[in-house]
Ligand binder design. Structure first.
Ligand SMILES: *Cc1c(COP(=O)(O)O)cnc(C)c1O
Length: 428
C-alpha cells in the first residue's frame, strides 16, 4: 500500500516511511491511496481478535510485513479482553480499556510500537518518538515503547491539565521515557511536536517519529474493533456507533472500517464543550478554537488534527460527511448527570469520556434504534473527576495504584519552540 499526503505535494510513501515519518514532509497527513474493500465472508467469520486484526490490517502493510509476522504482532499487541456489555436492548458498550494503561489508546500504541520494532530490528535504526498527549496517549505510548532498543520516547503534556493518575503514568516509568511538562494546553503541545517535525536542523541531528494520531499507523488498528463490535452485537442491520472524540483519530478508524465494507448506519462524534466539529457540520465553517478544559480531558482539543483526514475521505463534501457522521456537544454538567443516571439505572460506572459518548448516542438515536458506545477509558483512571460526582469511592485497579506510589519525574518547559528545540538537540 502507498500513502499520499493530504497536502498533495509530497511523494507517496510506503507504510514503513509513513510509520516513521509521522507527518509528510509537506506538513500533510498520510492516507492510504486506496481503501480496499474486504471480502464479505470475513464479516461472517468466527475469527479471534488477532486473526480478524490480521485480515483487516494486512492490505495496508502488504509487501512490507508478511501475514505471519503481522499475526504475531497482533497476537502480542491485542492480548487483553474486549467485551461488549449490553446495558439494555438499545444500548451496548464496547469496553476498549482493558489494556495495560486502561484507555483505548493501548490498541494503537501497542500495534505501533511492535511494527516499529519489527522494522528497526531489520535495519538497526535509532529513533526518538515524540508524542503530545492530552493524558492517555502518553502513557499508552510510553508503555508500548518501554525498554524497546533504539527508541527514546519524549512525552509532552500540558502542565496541570491531566489527571493525577495520568500524570503518574506518564512520569514514573523512567528508562527510555522522558516526560516534558509544557506550560500550555494540549494544542500547544501538539504544535510544538508538529513544528519540531518540520525543523530540518532537529531532524538532521535527531531523527524523529511521531506517535500521535497524526501517525497513520495509529488509525489502522483502530478500524478493527468497530468490526469486532458489529460481529459481537450479532451483525445488526442498522446500528449507530457513538465515539467519544477529541482528535478524531478513533472516529477516523471507524470511517475507514465503513469504507472497507462494514455496514454501520452512522457514526456519532460525541464531543465535550470543545465543539468545533458539530459547529462545522451545522455551519460548514471550520473554526479552530482554544482547547477548553473539561471533565473529559483527553478530548480537550480545539483543533482536531484528523479533521484533514475526514475531509480527504469525503472529498471535503460536507453533505456526505453529514450523511455519515452526526455530532453532539455535551457539557460537563450533563456529563456528570449522565454518569449518575447510568450508574443508578444500570449499576454501571462510566468514565467522563464514555459518559459523553452515551449521552451523544441518546441524543441522536430514536427510541427504537440501536447503538453501541465505545468506552474509551476505565473509570478508575478518572477517579479524581468521578468521585465528587457520585460522592463515593471509585475502585482503582491495582496496577494504577502502584504507579501512584512512584515518584513523579518530569522536566518543566515553557510553551516556547526555541527552548524545546534546544532541549531536543542538547539532551541527545
Ligand atoms: C484520546 C481519548 C479520546 C479521544 O480520542 P480521539 O481519537 O483523539 O478522538 C477519548 N477518550 C479517551 C479516554 C481518550 O484517551
Amino acid at each position: 500500500m502507498k500513502y499520499f499526503s493530504t497536502n498533495l505535494i509530497s511523494e507517496n510513501a510506503s507504510f514503513k516511511d509513513a510509520l516513521f515519518n509521522g507527518l509528510a514532509p509537506d506538513g500533510g497527513l498520510y492516507m492510504p491511496v486506496e481503501i480496499p474493500e474486504l471480502n464479505k465472508n470475513l464479516f461472517y467469520s468466527n475469527m479471534s481478535y488477532p486473526e480478524l486484526a490480521t485480515e483487516i490490517i494486512h492490505p495496508f502493510v502488504e509487501n512490507e510485513i508478511s501475514k505471519k509476522t503481522l499475526f504475531n504482532i497482533c497476537e502480542s499487541a491485542f492480548n487483553f479482553p474486549i467485551p461488549l456489555i449490553q446495558l439494555d436492548d438499545h444500548l451496548q458498550i464496547l469496553e476498549l480499556f482493558h489494556g495495560p494503561t486502561f484507555a483505548f489508546k493501548d490498541f494503537a500504541a501497542r500495534f505501533m510500537a511492535r511494527t516499529m520494532q519489527f522494522f528497526m530490528e531489520k535495519e538497526k535504526m535509532e529513533r526518538t518518538v515524540l508524542v503530545a498527549t492530552s493524558g492517555d496517549t502518553g502513557s499508552a505510548v510510553a508503555n508500548g515503547f518501554y525498554n524497546v532498543d533504539g527508541i527514546k520516547v519524549i512525552i509532552l503534556y500540558p502542565s496541570g491539565r491531566v489527571s493525577k493518575i495520568q500524570e503518574h503514568q506518564l512520569t514514573t516509568l523512567g528508562g527510555n521515557i522522558t516526560a516534558l511538562e509544557i506550560q500550555g494546553n494540549f494544542d500547544d503541545c501538539q504544535k510544538l511536536v508538529k513544528t519540531a517535525f518540520l525543523d530540518n536542523e532537529i531532524q538532521h541531528q535527531r531523527p524523529l517519529s511521531s506517535a500521535n494520531s497524526i501517525n497513520i499507523a495509529r488509525l489502522i488498528p483502530q478500524s478493527v474493533y468497530y468490526t469486532w463490535a458489529w460481529m459481537k452485537a450479532n451483525r445488526p442491520k442498522n446500528i449507530m456507533i457513538s465515539v467519544p472524540s477529541g482528535n478524531f483519530g478513533n472516529l477516523t478508524g471507524g470511517l475507514i472500517a465503513k469504507r472497507m465494507g462494514l455496514p454501520i448506519a452512522k457514526f456519532i462524534a460525541s464531543v465535550n464543550s470543545n465543539d468545533i466539529f458539530p459547529k462545522y457540520l451545522q455551519s460548514g465553517e471550520y473554526l479552530p478554537q482554544e482547547g477548553k478544559q473539561t471533565l473529559s480531558n483527553a478530548m480537550d482539543v480545539g483543533n482536531p488534527s484528523n479533521f484533514e483526514r475526514i475531509k480527504s475521505l469525503f472529498n471535503s463534501e460536507i453533505k456526505t460527511i453529514s450523511k455519515n457522521i452526526s455530532s453532539v456537544s455535551i457539557n460537563d454538567e450533563i456529563t456528570s448527570e449522565t454518569i449518575i443516571s447510568i450508574f443508578n439505572k444500570y449499576n454501571y460506572l462510566a468514565d467522563p469520556h464514555t459518559a459523553v459518548g452515551i449521552k451523544g448516542l441518546e441524543k441522536i438515536c430514536s427510541k427504537n434504534e440501536k447503538g453501541i458506545v465505545l468506552s474509551t477509558a476505565h473509570p478508575g483512571k478518572f477517579a479524581d473527576a468521578i468521585e465528587p460526582i457520585i460522592k463515593n469511592k471509585v475502585d482503582i485497579p491495582a496496577k494504577l495504584k502502584k504507579a501512584m506510589k512512584k515518584e513523579k519525574n518530569s522536566i518543566i518547559i515553557p510553551n516556547d519552540f526555541e527552548v524545546f528545540k534546544s532541549f531536543l538537540i542538547s539532551e541527545k
